[in-house]
Design a protein around this ligand. Structure first.
Ligand code: HEC
Length: 107
């Protein structure tokens, strides 16, 4: 049987999973984890973790995986309503994309 080639590792696939991961982080994390947080009462990025660009995300990828995928410590009390699917996507992003992102990083 002729199996279709997996999309893993292709530039187009990386670009699209990077874009999806970035949208999730911007919708669920950036309000607190920014250079200038917009969340009321938060005046600087908690733990010094800033998550605004793909470069930021790449820098923190293992930490993101730890607190969002392996545990559910973030967002605190899931206050920004991240879904199971979004957590799973960030786990996939971490596995397939974090090491290859420099080439396709979008600012
Ligand atoms: C409502 C504000 C808020 C949101 C939204 C939020 N965080 Fe946090 N985050 C915090 C606070 C506060 C801490 C510090 C917690 C502590 O030190 O106990 C923290 C800590 C962290 C840390 C450092 C953990 C450590 O062990 O040092 C990481 C990584 C992190 N957050 C990632 C994320 C990610 C990824 C998201 C989105 C899925 C997210 N956070 C959403 C407030 C937030």
């Amino acid at each position: 049987m002729n199996k279709p080639k997996p999309a893993w590792g292709t530039m187009g696939f990386l670009k699209s999973i990077n874009a999806e991961a970035k949208t999730i982080v911007q919708n669920r994390c950036s309000m607190c984890h920014a250079r200038t947080p917009s969340w009321p009462g938060i005046h600087r990025a908690p733990g010094g973790v800033m998550l605004e660009t793909m470069t930021d995300m790449q820098h923190w990828a293992p930490a993101i995986n730890k607190v969002v995928v392996l545990s559910r410590a973030m967002p605190p009390g899931n206050i920004t309503g991240i879904s199971h699917e979004e957590r799973a996507l960030l786990g996939q992003w971490m596995m397939v994309s974090a090491d290859n992102m420099t080439a396709v990083a979008s600012k």
